[in-house]
Design a protein. Structure first.
Ligand code: BES
Ligand code: MN
Ligand code: ZN
Length: 487
């Protein structure tokens, strides 16, 4: 979707005019018929309300859309504004109108709030129609352009930053939406290389031979049942001080998770195409961070494998040696995410000596049992990092809820034959998974693990997304970088 700022005095009369309205503050310049109709429809400007009326202005009939943004003093003001922008676009996406004009002249919206409105609009307008060849006309996306009139000074600059974030969210959604016959480790790398070309992000890729030489037996053990070779993808953005240790983001990129020999049931297995949502969030965040030229050093690493059950697949009971040297008894080949991440985590520490690490992974079904689809779970060995992430989650809408770590949980993954096993008992499954990862974090390195299993994919439309890929994590990471690393 195109978003452009125009001069209200010279723009042609638009056919659809959208006006954000504060609670109980109908614009005073509305035609009487619209003002009365809005009142009769009980439109008050409450956040999320939408009123549509028609009026003749000169010759043409104009659609006037009032979009409620609630009270200016509401705690969730920014979110309400975003949601209003999204709500309008949801309503008009397939309505036959090619363009909407947002008239902000009497809205009182600041430049930042304007950018929030547009971000909501843009994100809600994203769709993946590449494989729909028989859409009926009334199902096709018709909305192409939003023109913005009367915006506060500075809105254009604010929007430029948010547009970079939108690019990142949309890229993550694209990666998540693509099926596993299209996005697999090699093609994930290719898609990222193409998308990040020219942004200043440096790409590095490890192939099997290099991973073998580094001793990544845990990651390669997962990959060995698939004909598609594994990859590690590293994306480096150096926008900060020279020589300053980077922040590291690490994503689980299981491009399809059958469970391996511990195979999953057939029903719902198609969902496991989005078992690379952590890696997609990392790639999207790198695009956002580079796109807005963030003043920080950040490296994004994706551990990319396909978990399949062929004749060469690893078996339950196999013992693998990770890059750290620690051995792992693979009790359940479906607990593969931690096996991929542990080698990616070791590698990022040896290679980059990061100042802190955040990993994102669709790691456990147990996390969805705990938190549903409202919060991702956060685990951390460092309170400051945890608090910064939780604040970034609240600020961006990608919310986080903290879970405990501790020796009593850690003990549950001791193995009688190796240094650890890859699963604990059924209860506390998200926590033992996090304990497993913590065994690969060097003393003194601040680290946080985000289990995003419930957040990557939505079965129903949400605030700024349709059903399907949400792009969760991109805004969170971008916000964390903005608020904590850019001074
Ligand atoms: N990718 C799954 C977790 C998952 C399940 C994410 C459903 C999103 C939706 C992960 O690899 C997995 O299979 N985890 C197992 C772990 C178990 C074997 C200890 C699980 O959660 O059942
Ligand atoms: Mn699995
Ligand atoms: Zn998985």
């Amino acid at each position: 979707m195109q978003i452009q700022f125009v001069d209200a005095t010279t723009a042609p009369t638009p056919r659809v005019v959208v006006r954000p309205v504060n609670q109980d503050a109908l614009p005073t310049d509305l035609e009487l018929v619209l003002a009365e109709a809005a009142k009769l429809s009980r439109f008050t400007g409450k956040a999320g309300q939408i009123f549509e009326g028609f009026v003749q202005r000169g010759g043409p009939v104009v659609r006037v859309v009032l979009a409620g943004i609630g009270s200016p003093s509401a705690d969730d003001r920014r979110a309400a504004i975003e949601k209003a922008g999204a709500g309008v676009v949801a309503k008009y996406l397939t309505a036959g109108e090619p363009a909407l004009a947002f008239d902000l002249s009497a809205s009182g919206l600041s430049a930042q709030e304007t950018a929030a409105l547009l971000l909501g609009a843009r994100l809600r307008g994203w769709r993946h129609d590449a494989y729909r060849t028989r859409l009926k006309d009334d199902q096709k996306k018709t909305l192409q352009t939003i023109t913005v009139m009367g915006a506060a000074p500075g809105s254009g600059g604010e929007w430029l930053r948010e547009a970079a974030v939108a690019e990142g969210v949309e890229f993550a959604r694209e990666l998540v939406t693509e099926p596993a016959n299209v996005i697999y480790p090699e093609s994930f790398v290719e898609r990222c290389s193409r998308r990040l070309a020219g942004t200043g992000v440096q790409i590095r890729v490890l192939d099997d031979a290099e991973m073998r030489a580094l001793g990544m037996g845990a990651l390669l053990g997962v990959a060995q049942g698939s004909v598609r070779p594994a990859r590690i993808l590293a994306m480096e953005w150096r926008g900060g001080k020279e020589g300053e240790r980077p922040m590291a983001f690490v994503g689980k990129g299981v491009t399809f998770d059958t469970g391996g020999i511990s195979i999953k049931p057939a029903a719902g297995m198609e969902d496991m195409k989005w078992d690379m949502g952590g890696a997609a969030a990392v790639a999207g965040a790198m695009l956002a961070i580079a796109g807005r030229k963030a003043n920080a050093n950040v490296v994004g690493v994706c551990g990319l494998v396909e978990n399949m059950p062929d004749g060469n697949a690893q078996r339950p009971g196999d013992v693998v040696t990770s890059m750290s040297g620690q051995t792992i008894e693979v009790i359940n080949t479906d607990a593969e995410g931690r096996l991929v991440l542990c080698d990616a985590l070791t590698w990022v520490q040896r290679e980059y000596h990061p100042a802190a690490i955040v990993d994102l992974a669709t790691l456990t079904g147990a996390m969805i049992v705990s938190l549903g689809n409202e919060y991702a779970g956060l685990f951390a060995n460092d309170d400051k990092l945890a608090e910064g992430l939780i604040a970034a989650g609240t600020g961006s809408g990608d919310r986080l809820w903290r879970f405990p770590l501790g020796p009593a949980y850690d003990k549950l993954i001791d193995s009688p034959i190796a240094d650890m096993k890859n699963v604990g008992p059924r209860f506390g499954g998200s926590i033992t998974a996090a304990q497993f990862l913590q065994r690969f974090i060097d003393q003194g390195t601040p680290w946080s693990h985000l289990d995003i299993a419930g957040m990557v994919w939505a079965d129903k439309p949400g605030a700024t997304w349709d059903k399907g890929a949400t792009g969760y994590g991109v805004r969170l990471l971008d916000r964390y970088v903005r608020d904590n690393l850019e001074g």
